[in-house]
Design a protein around this ligand. Structure first.
Ligand code: HEC
Ligand code: HEC
Length: 468
């Protein structure tokens, strides 16, 4: 058969005229984006949202922006098997791509526990495993930045609020769309857009491989839950910080302790429904943009598409929970068929979406005007805020700390402990008397802060001092 004839026959088969029974058992073009409450302001909202997406100030200790875990460099995931989490926690799942997430209707995250993009933003901000910041602090951080205040005012006629922060970020996420793959061109009628191997791979996807049973519809997902028996990721069970994070999260979901203590597997959707049939089940993920989003699966345990195909060809692995989908069974694919299936999966990825981290605005208040007592928020200086903006996704060097009741959350550049900010005209002796009731303790304070005290007789107001 010539290429054209073969592919044309395939197209006919694929659009439901031939071997494939039901109309839902196929993949269709991406639909228009779902409705969004933007009152005609969506572009302005998206450009504000892009800045917020890259701004680490929207995290408790100023270390973690959305882009840290959903970076353009890693297909809007983070390239790791398991996500890093907020400092001092380590996430128990793989950081998903957010490309095309705007189209997902029946719940976001691997377990579909989050209803929509608008719910997801406050969720990510509030959770101690991602941004670890509450609404009041997030709003306050942005209200200290005149440029942000102006942008929020222009769009909503109000200063920054959690709800509008979420709207802006969601509007930005709606711009991250991939629909220009060879397979998309094929779906639009360009039957020559698929290479020969990819065209054969499509046949396997829709036939011998049974992939289309679950990977169907416009996103190549039925948005249902299946236990495909993905192997465990040992790191989740050997790294104490991951275990702590995981157990805390499971407890938050009301999963019984005997469950998360005994099964060395993520219970997946079960955590949401507490229905045993959902043990080990995850939402079928979309398949566009895979080329840039390795490693794969909810725990990043499979590194390449070849490994994914091998996994399915073996019929999955051990059925620990006794909930394995009957659709997962050995396929008996030949080496050529496996290669063709990989070629087809690759044909579902279009060009890489490249995004430069935006320049971020700086705080408007002079640093000395802020936080002379330990119940306020210590300042980020304009230089440090700008450094976050420029580096975009690697913000480990910024000098921000939340000071609350003397209990500090710090970044790596500072030693853990209690800090104070030097007030106008304050001397080391006065600080020592105030902090310790003992003037001679000034020496200890000096020793601990030598690097930031050029002249111990004349402290610079606004300097942050560690109180040893
Ligand atoms: C510390 C890392 C981290 C940070 C920070 C983070 N995320 Fe995520 N994100 C994840 C992980 C991990 C998942 C998967 C969670 C799960 O399945 O339980 C996820 C899932 C998502 C999803 C679901 C995608 C889908 O298709 O279902 C969206 C959307 C998302 N994040 C957006 C954001 C936004 C917006 C921000 C910033 C407000 C953000 N994330 C901050 C790690 C992070
Ligand atoms: C029973 C439904 C089902 C069938 C059949 C199925 N999948 Fe999946 N697929 C899933 C689910 C669910 C996941 C996520 C599993 C997890 O993370 O634990 C997944 C994950 C994937 C991923 C990883 C995506 C990512 O972003 O990490 C790829 C690639 C994939 N499947 C391709 C295929 C191919 C190719 C076939 C056919 C050989 C196939 N699937 C058959 C349900 C299915």
């Amino acid at each position: 058969m010539t290429k054209i004839v073969q592919v044309a026959a395939l197209t006919a088969a694929f659009i439901g005229l031939g071997t494939i029974g039901h109309s839902e058992d196929r993949i269709t073009k991406l639909p228009p984006l779902p409705e969004f409450e933007s009152a005609g302001q969506e572009p302005a909202m998206a450009s504000l949202g892009k800045m917020l997406y890259f701004d680490a100030r929207l995290s408790g200790d100023g270390s973690t922006s959305c882009a840290e875990c959903h970076s353009p460099e890693f297909g809007f995931g983070d390239g790791a098997e398991l996500s890093r989490g907020y400092p001092s926690s380590k996430h128990w799942r793989n950081s998903q791509t957010i490309v095309n997430s705007a189209f997902i209707q029946n719940g976001l995250h691997w377990d579909a526990s989050v209803p929509s993009l608008l719910h997801q933003v406050p969720g990510a901000m509030g959770t101690p495993f991602a941004h670890n910041i509450n609404a009041a602090l997030a709003e306050e951080r942005l209200r200290q930045v005149p440029e942000y205040v102006e942008m929020f005012q222009d769009i909503w006629d109000k200063p920054p609020e959690l709800e509008t922060i979420a709207l802006a970020i969601a509007a930005y996420e709606r711009t991250l769309i991939s629909a220009d793959s060879p397979f998309d061109r094929f779906l639009s009628g360009d039957i020559a857009a698929l290479s020969q191997p990819a065209a054969r791979g499509l046949q396997i996807f829709a036939g011998k491989g049974n992939c289309v049973d679950c990977h169907n519809g416009s996103l190549a997902t039925d948005e249902e839950f299946h236990n495909t028996t993905v192997p465990r990721n040992p790191e989740l069970f050997t790294d104490p910080e991951r275990q702590i994070t995981y157990r805390t999260a499971m407890r938050g979901f009301n999963v019984p302790a005997e469950m998360y203590m005994s099964f060395e597997r993520d219970p997946g959707r079960y955590a949401v429904t507490l229905d045993e049939k959902d043990l080990g089940a995850f939402r079928t993920p979309p398949l566009r943009y895979l080329k840039y989003t390795a490693p794969y699966m909810h725990n990043g345990i499979l590194y390449t598409l070849e490994e994914v195909v091998e996994f399915y060809d073996n019929g999955g692995t051990e059925d620990v929970f006794g909930t394995k989908s009957p659709l997962i069974k050995p396929l008996g694919l030949t080496d050529t068929e496996k290669a063709d299936l990989v070629a087809f999966l690759e044909s579902m990825s279009g060009t890489e979406i490249t995004v430069e981290a935006p320049d971020l605005p700086v705080y408007g208040l002079p640093s000395t005007a802020l936080a002379t007592n330990t119940d306020e928020i210590a300042p980020i200086t304009s230089t440090t805020a700008n450094a976050v903006g420029q580096s975009g996704i690697s913000s480990s060097s910024i000098g921000l700390a939340i000071v609350s009741g003397g209990d500090l959350q710090l970044n790596q550049t500072e030693v853990a402990g209690r800090y104070i900010v030097v007030g106008e005209g304050e001397t080391l002796g006065q600080i020592a008397r105030r902090e310790y009731g003992e003037v001679l303790k000034y020496l200890e304070i000096y020793q601990a802060n030598k690097d930031v005290i050029p002249d111990p007789n004349r402290l610079t107001p606004g300097t942050r001092l560690l109180i040893p």
